[in-house]
Ligand binder design. Structure first.
Ligand SMILES: *Cc1c(COP(=O)(O)O)cnc(C)c1O
Ligand code: SF4
Length: 344
């Protein structure tokens, strides 16, 4: 038995069946008025936030809000979640489906772009709504692998013996209940060519209560290798509870990696990125990718130009051991892999 924290997996008094993480999720802040009040922010931020939240609502767990600096509208954690008027600007080149997801559907909520691995859209739900998210306009209702009770997704995976890895993405796959996850992996266990399960999730960072005993027991029980790719963008996201959760995931047999998005105003400095890599390693997580922003409509204000991104990455390389340097990549629709960003 592995427990992330002494209280992991326990239920709160007065509740008999809803796990603590689901309670925290239900209790996330979704009203810009409340967010501004909790953080002592200027009320003038509220009106644009309400308007921008109409297309893609505000959602942020209180645990994550607690790491933000009060009274600071430029806080790098706040900038990731606060809807702002810049999202409503139409900027040429920023599209609804910037990475060609809708062209690479294998059907049944499975995206097959790269050799050997297929990505299952497990759910549209996330613990947090990141304003820069490239799937903010994705038609999840039509495309979730769970819609057919996994059966069409499983059939698609079974039919292609070149696949050795299944990637659960979304949305955030850990929004699914442990029962749903178990259902899926029980079915995956019957496909001999699937040797690895990879989970892309922000829960360990934004809602670490998700890493409870149930989840850890499930992870530990899997007969195939498992990789968990977390998503932290700033060193301040990684605190003691996040570290404890990551350690517990590793103890349950998961290899831990991190991907970040390079975001103007959030992490576009060598100091911040170096601290992030160090903080990740202290939690037992290796930096994997530093993504260039996908050019999704509403996120143009987060873009870091390529020349600057390259200069930042070079500065980072000059001060970190190679294993703490994330690969700077971007996604090009139709390319056979994430493409390293190089000088032109
Ligand atoms: C990013 C992505 C992957 C994973 O790529 P890796 O380079 O293996 O991390 C797989 N499938 C799809 C559809 C993706 O977008
Ligand atoms: S899919 Fe990932 S990046 Fe997008 S909103 Fe959800 S957690 Fe954030």
């Amino acid at each position: 038995m592995i427990a992330a924290t002494p209280s992991a997996g326990q239920l709160q008094p007065g509740s008999t069946s809803v796990p603590r993480w689901q309670q925290e999720l239900a209790n996330a802040i979704s009203d810009p008025r409340e967010l501004c009040e909790v953080l002592d922010l200027d009320p003038s931020l509220i009106a644009p936030a309400l308007e921008s939240a109409r297309g893609f609502p505000l959602k942020v767990p209180r645990r994550f809000v607690a790491k933000m600096r009060k009274g600071d509208p430029k806080d790098p954690l706040l900038l990731q979640v606060l809807p702002v008027s810049a999202e409503m600007a139409f900027v040429p080149g920023f599209e609804l489906d910037p990475v060609g997801d809708l062209q690479s559907r294998a059907g049944a909520g499975v995206l097959h772009k790269y050799h050997g691995r297929a990505l299952a859209i497990a759910t549209g739900a996330c613990a947090i709504h990141c304003r820069y998210c490239f799937r903010r306009h994705f038609p999840y209702d039509e495309e979730s692998a769970l819609r057919s009770g996994w059966s069409r997704a499983i059939a698609a995976l079974q039919a292609d013996a070149t696949l050795s890895e299944v990637i659960l993405s979304g949305g955030d796959p850990l929004s699914l209940s442990d029962r749903r996850l178990r259902e899926l992996t029980d079915k995956l266990a019957c496909i001999p060519h699937i040797r690895r399960l990879r989970i892309h999730t922000r829960y360990p960072v934004v809602l670490p209560a998700r890493i409870d005993e149930e989840l850890l027991n499930w992870l530990q029980s899997l007969p195939i290798q498992r990789v968990i790719v977390i998503h932290a963008n700033h060193p301040r996201e990684i605190d003691e509870e996040v570290i404890a959760g990551c350690r517990a995931l590793a103890a349950a047999g998961a290899t831990l990696l991190n991907q970040s998005v390079l975001l103007a105003g959030v992490n576009d400095s060598p100091d911040t990125l170096a601290e992030l890599s160090e903080a990740l390693f202290a939690a037992g997580v290796l930096p994997y990718y530093l993504h260039m922003l996908d050019r999704v409509q509403g996120a143009a204000h987060f873009e870091v130009p390529i020349e600057r991104a390259l200069a930042l990455h070079e500065a980072l390389a000059a001060r970190l051991p190679g294993y703490l340097l994330p690969r700077l990549v971007r996604e090009i629709p139709g390319a056979p892999a994430k493409r390293p960003v190089v000088a032109v």
